[in-house]
Design a protein around this ligand. Structure first.
Ligand SMILES: [Zn+2]
Length: 116
């Protein structure tokens, strides 16, 4: 489950930033997770709970994780048709060419965090 490592990286980033701002505890972290980002929201939640239970990385037992899912979108570079792709490399449903280019859905980032 690589989400454990991903969550570890996120918490490390947040913790570093929080320290620089003199924040002592993290109350909430909001992530944007694209449908095709290779990170599973459920697994991320589980990883977060593991860190929270140990109160690592400035988390407390009340800390919250909010995951905003980003829907995948693709645009055909040949005919310009926009659609919802199932996979990264996709066939344009309009012209049938393998020219679908992702425009959304690969995001994996911290949108914001709150602490005090
Ligand atoms: Zn097309």
């Amino acid at each position: 489950m690589h989400e454990m490592a991903l969550m570890g990286d996120i918490l490390q980033l947040v913790e570093r930033d929080a320290k620089a701002r003199n924040i002592k505890q993290i109350n909430k972290i909001e992530l944007v997770v694209g449908e095709l980002s290779n990170a599973l929201p459920d697994a991320l939640e589980m990883a977060f709970e593991t860190f929270r239970a140990r109160e690592l990385a400035m988390l407390t037992r009340q800390s919250q994780l909010v995951i905003r899912k980003e829907e995948a979108r693709a645009k055909c570079t040949v005919c310009g048709y926009e659609y919802h792709p199932e996979v990264r490399l996709s066939i344009c449903p309009e012209c049938g060419l393998p020219s679908g280019k992702l425009t959304a859905g690969e995001t994996f980032k911290v949108k914001l965090y709150e602490g005090n």
